[in-house]
Design a protein around this ligand. Structure first.
Ligand SMILES: NC(=O)c1ccc[n+]([C@@H]2O[C@H](COP(=O)([O-])OP(=O)(O)OC[C@H]3O[C@@H](n4cnc5c(N)ncnc54)[C@H](OP(=O)(O)O)[C@@H]3O)[C@@H](O)[C@H]2O)c1
Length: 214
């Protein structure tokens, strides 16, 4: 697939490397292409461009920018370039205020997630929350003693979620589909939980796994 990744940070780079490794075509989008020159030299095959060109390129779009800039980045990318496309939303609505005893602060509430805001503004894009509840180092081909970890996803479009489940399987994850966009109210705060051992004990080596009696 042609994958357009909006972002130049660690998540964008980790997912780009994963998509390249698994045989996809990748473009990374940033406001400042020069900041990715060194990375692009080390990752032949990846193209670096602006947000709009990247969204236009992608049959699948990945949103991997700072949560508070997510809507602005999508406005720059252009609603028309996103229309009808699956958009993996890896963002978290982390506020600028410092964490309280290892607990991150969010700028959203438990009654409205960031992905709901984005889905409302960009109604023709098919958002799927994924990759927000684990550190970038474990996003692709994770190795855990307890086996395959679980990625919690949600979104309104079944076909887009099927596509993302296939990618997660390719990347070494089990998928737990939590339903429609409102489930992002529960999935986004998993980031807070995931970060607590990191912020308190500098331990970032875990992931979530859903166990059942079935
Ligand atoms: N770090 C992790 O391990 C991790 C894990 C799971 C989820 N996440 C989430 O994934 C997202 C990306 O995280 P990250 O650590 O890779 O990077 P980040 O530092 O949170 O974000 C960097 C990206 O945000 C963009 N950005 C910042 N301000 C902007 C603005 N005003 N307008 C448009 N774009 C702007 C930057 O664009 P330019 O390239 O143009 O500068 C850059 O691409 C975040 O929402 C984060 O919460 C992170």
């Amino acid at each position: 697939m042609k994958v357009g990744i909006l972002g130049s940070g660690e998540v964008a780079k980790a997912l780009a490397a994963g998509f390249l490794k698994h045989g996809h075509e990748v473009m990374l989008g940033t406001r400042t292409t020069s900041k990715l020159a060194e990375w692009a030299a080390k990752n032949p095959g990846a193209i670096v461009a602006g947000f709009a060109a990247t969204a236009r390129f992608g049959e699948l779009v990945v949103l991997a920018v700072k949560g508070s800039a997510a809507a602005d980045a999508l406005r720059d990318a252009g609603a028309a370039n996103l229309a009808g496309k699956p958009v993996i939303d890896a963002t978290n609505p982390i506020a600028d205020a410092p964490p309280a005893h290892g607990v991150l602060k969010f700028f959203t509430s438990l009654d409205e997630s960031l992905m709901e805001r984005l889905q409302r503004e960009f109604g023709a894009a098919r958002f799927v929350k994924a990759f927000n509840s684990v550190g970038n180092a474990c996003m692709v081909d994770p190795r855990f003693k307890g086996g395959r970890p679980t990625m919690f996803i949600c979104g309104n479009d079944e076909a887009a979620k099927q596509l993302v489940s296939g990618i997660l399987d390719q990347f070494g994850w089990e998928t737990a589909d939590m339903g429609r966009v409102e489930a992002a109210r529960a999935i986004e705060p998993l980031c807070m939980l995931w970060c607590i051992p990191g912020l308190l004990q500098n331990d970032w080596t875990h992931a979530f796994k859903l166990l059942t009696t079935r």
